[in-house]
Design a protein. Structure first.
Length: 290
């Protein structure tokens, strides 16, 4: 696994249509995306040389850019080819892939930036389990002080950089308490998601998961719901009140980085790493490598 600072590694990164040396993949300090969060991205995983749900990720990248009022100057097919080129150039088969598009430096440096070029970069690196040994014993989650915002305030269904500001601060606060992550409530007080993963609960053999009406409906989330339904497990996509946490028996997180990770504790509530949790985690691992 690669180590050291992310700006000081060997390898290649694809930028704006060509592969460049890793250390040369730089942007100017007056890049619009750095100052105003005009940036969207995708996190993807490759297994045995194949990126799981690759095209869906590329399509969502285009959708997110549209939500932020810019157009990526590369088609979905071109992005797909670029991702494969990055994997091959770096000799990677099992890897995390990051595609990011942003408004670059140009003639505009105020809030408006219609004349600035739109940039696109794709990098890949080896990245193990997102939550370390939590896959075995269950992650421990804090409850964030911030709440997921209303759809009337920000494009909540875009995978946009600005939406992750409260994720960073909440995860830092959680780690300071010895937790792996933090759970958000939404602007109405319902259970929402973790800082970079969707959440599922089990009670009496049925699964309950928050309705994604103000946060990202993750691709891994959609995959896991499909897996559960194929098994005949009832899945309730609904609003969940925080006091309901006490009655749930099992819990897990889903996300490209997190994959399927059991949760053992959220605040003062505890959960078992039960049979259904283990079955879904193992089945997901087989699916992505099939």
């Amino acid at each position: 696994m690669a180590t050291g600072a992310y700006d000081d590694r060997d390898g290649k990164i694809w930028m704006d249509g060509q592969l460049v040396d890793w250390r040369a993949a730089q942007v100017h300090v007056l890049t619009h995306g750095l100052h105003y969060a005009s940036s969207v991205f995708e996190g993807e995983r490759a297994y045995n040389g194949k990126i799981f749900l690759s095209r869906k990720h590329s399509e969502r990248l285009h959708f997110s850019a549209g939500e932020l009022d810019f157009q990526i100057p590369f088609s979905v097919d071109e992005i797909e080819a670029a991702k494969q080129a990055v994997l091959e150039a770096n000799g990677l088969t099992d890897a995390y892939v990051r595609a990011v598009s942003w408004r670059g430096a140009g003639p505009d440096m105020g809030v408006a930036s219609a004349r600035n070029p739109v940039r696109l970069a794709i990098a890949a690196w080896e990245w193990g389990s997102y939550y370390g040994d939590a896959k075995m014993k269950g992650a421990k989650l804090d409850i964030a002080k911030w709440k997921r915002p209303s759809p009337e305030t920000i494009p909540v269904h875009a995978k946009a950089a600005g939406l992750y500001m409260i994720c960073t601060t909440s995860k830092h606060a959680a780690e300071a308490k010895g937790c792996s992550d933090a759970l958000f409530m939404d602007y109405r007080g319902y259970v929402a998601e973790a800082t970079g993963a969707n959440i599922f609960f089990v009670k009496d053999g049925e699964v309950h998961t928050p309705k994604p009406d103000c946060f990202l409906n993750g691709l891994t989330r959609q995959t896991v719901i499909g897996m559960l339904e194929e098994r005949g497990v009832t899945v309730h996509e609904r609003h969940i009140m925080p006091e309901e946490l006490e009655g749930f028996e099992q819990c897990w997180l889903t996300g490209t980085a997190a994959e399927v990770t059991p949760v053992g504790q959220i605040g003062g509530f505890t959960f078992e790493v039960g049979a259904l949790t283990r079955e879904i985690a193992e089945s997901y691992e087989k699916l992505v490598r099939s």
